[in-house]
Design a protein around this ligand. Structure first.
Ligand code: ZN
Length: 392
């Protein structure tokens, strides 16, 4: 006779046994072999074509949106919905672009498996997540959902989603929940809060002069920029969660010329809206000491802070309860990395992020997923899609 503990306490409609992991991994390899740097619109759009056909074959409806600003196309994948139904949706957010340049797969990060680890460019951030979302939607549509599901796949997330932001916000306006299939963190944790991301491009203008003949006529843009960098980075405050990083600096035209121009690229991470306004206000108020130097600044908040709301907390609790039935102990965490979930959370849509594959090494040549995370987390997502309703 079977002891009770030998039977799974499974009352969920979808279990990991419903997932054909072998077929998913074969498909994922194809997606990773099609390299998709954000800057190559044609390459990203080719994979969008492939994913559109794949989702169609899975019985899901698709809609294409043209990319703008020289980025690739966007794809919306939908579960079937009742004719004329006017109900809120579940919005899933994903991206197919990666930070990796063409050729990365040939040398620095070949597609290879080492035990449970499957390596490849963009596999963890986040082609595995896109595939998991499509599979979860296929299973959820078969089981039946209370709410229609829209999966929006964008092509420019890694550069701040300038082309896709209007589509994200338009779909978010009709969404009861937003689920982001960005990768999981630190042993399968999902993301319940993200810092806001700010970006500034700053040009410091001085005056050129011959360094030997008329040095006093010059106004060094590099020296003024160096002083500005120290002033900017003095805004760093780890205790308050504020980070200010000068990521690049370039300037000058030659060794023997007082430099007339110097350019900086600045990255900001800000925990909440009030802090963001404070820090950005301080940066915009910075002035050169020398009246012959000018600062030209462009930029601001690219992604608003994603703080956890009460509804967001309730969504997390509900997801954790489903995960527990699958034998997964789900933990939430906050991160400094931004995602498209920042946009939906800022619009007041309860948002959960990091629901994609577990693994590590995003944006590095060590990028990999944990193969063992695919089936359980796809089942988790599918059950979440089945269970969510507006009253949740
Ligand atoms: Zn990502």
């Amino acid at each position: 006779m079977l002891a009770p503990k030998d039977r799974m306490p499974m009352t969920l409609p979808i279990t990991p046994d419903h997932i054909d992991l072998h077929a998913m991994l074969a498909e994922l390899r194809l997606w990773v072999e099609m390299e998709t740097p954000s800057q190559d619109a044609a390459a990203v759009t080719r994979l969008v074509d492939h994913v559109e056909a794949y989702a169609g074959a899975a019985g899901l409806a698709t809609e294409r949106l043209a990319g703008t600003l020289s980025y690739g196309d966007l794809l919306i994948v939908r579960t079937p919905r009742a004719e004329g139904a006017n109900t809120k949706s579940i919005l899933i957010l994903a991206h197919l672009d990666t930070v990796h340049a063409h050729g990365t797969i040939n040398e620095k990060l070949p597609l290879r498996q080492d035990g449970d680890r499957l390596y490849g460019p963009g596999i963890y951030d986040m082609k595995a997540g896109v595939l998991m979302a499509v599979e979860a939607m296929r299973l959820a549509a078969q089981a039946g959902t209370h709410l229609p599901v829209d999966l929006l796949i964008v092509s420019d997330e890694e550069v701040g989603s300038p082309s896709s932001r209007p589509a994200i916000e338009r779909l978010a306006a009709d969404a009861a929940y937003a689920l982001v299939v960005e990768p999981a963190r630190d042993g399968g944790k999902i993301v319940t809060a993200r810092k806001g991301v700010g970006m500034f491009d700053i040009t410091v203008r001085g005056r050129a002069a011959h360094a030997g003949v008329r040095p006093l006529d010059g106004r060094s843009a590099i020296r003024a920029a160096a002083q500005l960098v120290l002033q900017l980075e003095a805004l760093n405050d780890p205790a308050r969660g504020i980070t200010v990083t000068t990521g690049t600096i370039e300037g000058g035209t030659g060794r023997n010329t007082v430099p007339a121009e110097c350019r900086l690229q600045l990255d900001l991470r800000l925990p909440d809206a009030a802090t963001a306004a404070e820090v950005i206000g301080k940066i915009e108020a910075m002035q050169p000491e020398d009246p012959d130097i000018r600062f030209e600044m462009s930029g601001g908040l690219n992604r608003p802070p994603f703080a956890q709301s009460g509804e967001g907390r309730a969504l997390f609790d509900r997801t954790a309860a489903i995960a527990a039935k699958l034998g997964i102990t789900l933990e939430g965490m906050a991160t400094g990395g931004g995602s498209d979930g920042n946009f939906t959370a800022a619009l007041g849509v309860p948002t959960l992020d990091g629901l994609g594959a577990d693994g590590a090494g995003a944006h590095t040549f060590e990028e990999h997923i944990l193969v063992s995370s695919i089936a359980p987390r796809t089942a988790l997502l599918a059950n979440l899609l089945v269970s969510l309703d507006v009253g949740a």
